[in-house]
Design a protein around this ligand. Structure first.
Ligand SMILES: [Zn+2]
Length: 319
């Protein structure tokens, strides 16, 4: 019998969802959705080679940095005393948070396994080797560490969290952000739901695909990309094995920004403005419907009717 990789409970599922060469299981004891087998490091290195990331254009960069500054201030409760404290963005991608922290007066460090993303940050945001976490400065410790949408990609998230927690100064904060398992907010984002349903139909019966999509709500687990989808309970169990009892763990949620994954957001891909206008006119009824759905989503998440799509764990190290 398959066992949950976090809480160890037995999973009574003879026919899991097939996804490529992986099987997807859901633990009804702690809520974890996970892949079995886990991808090997070799498979992951190959997968992330030239991994396509979202490259923002020049106009978007400054807007995203401002947005990130607001987010970092709120997440880490930054104030005037935070100036010159050490910050690390682990899994920094194109470097937006690294730059936002730097512009907020922090001494900002960056790490990402994706070389293309690192080069983008160097070329466009002024990242230099001195600010990249490497074997040369591996003994550095930090006051603030952000690990945004990383733990769900890693075969051994415990090991990563343990290593990040050890890099935290007393009184420092480690913030983990990850998609929330089996959230209901995703049901209001047709494009995301469509992607998962379509994928599950490729190798599974209609009944199994529907059960996993609507009952088990397996969305956000798509190996070898996302290996895990954490519920609050499963992440709590994982963290309590690592974090000493004098340190504090708090949980919060975040939501997907308005229109981020809307079908019509794809218009940006069409370069020709005539084509954009034509598409807009033809698809207007659908756009209107999707906009109404998006507004309903925001309202229902605020009212806590829908479970938000993202989970935040705030870990404060004891003095
Ligand atoms: Zn479990």
């Amino acid at each position: 019998m398959e066992k949950c990789l976090v809480c160890g409970a037995g999973i009574c599922e003879d026919k899991p969802l097939k996804s490529g060469k992986y099987n997807i299981y859901k633990c009804y004891s702690c809520g974890l959705v996970f892949s079995s087998p886990l991808p090997t490091q070799e498979e992951l290195n190959k997968y992330y080679q030239g991994f396509v990331f979202e490259k923002p254009n020049e106009r978007e960069i400054s807007r995203l940095i401002k947005k990130s500054q607001i987010q970092l201030k709120e997440l880490f409760k930054l104030n005037t005393n935070s100036k010159n404290k050490l910050f690390l963005d682990y899994g920094g991608g194109v470097g937006i948070n690294w730059k936002a922290a730097k512009d907020s007066g922090l001494i900002s460090y960056y790490f990402d396994i994706d070389r293309q993303a690192e080069d983008f940050a160097k070329t466009n945001l002024g990242l230099t080797n001195e600010n990249i976490l490497s074997v040369n400065n591996n003994s550095l410790t930090f006051d603030y560490i952000l690990c945004d949408n990383v733990i769900e990609h890693i075969p051994d998230p415990s090991k990563l969290i343990e290593s990040l927690f050890s890099k935290l100064n007393p009184g420092g904060k480690l913030i983990l952000k990850t998609p929330a398992a089996s959230n209901t907010e995703t049901f209001f984002i047709p494009r995301v739901l469509y992607i998962y349903l379509k994928k599950s139909l490729q190798q599974n019966s209609i009944g199994k695909a529907l059960t996993y999509t609507f009952k088990h709500k397996y969305h956000h687990c798509d190996p070898p990309r996302h290996i895990y989808s954490f519920s609050k309970e499963s992440l709590k169990i994982l963290l309590e094995k690592i974090i000493d009892e004098n340190s504090h763990i708090k949980f919060n949620y975040y939501s997907i920004p308005l229109f981020k994954y809307a079908f019509f957001n794809q218009f940006k891909m069409a370069n020709n403005s005539f084509l954009k206008i034509l598409l807009f006119i033809i698809l207007f009824p659908f756009i209107l419907l999707e906009s109404i759905l998006e507004l309903c989503r925001i309202i229902l998440v605020k009212a806590r009717v829908l479970k938000p799509s993202g989970l935040i764990a705030v870990i404060e190290k004891n003095y």
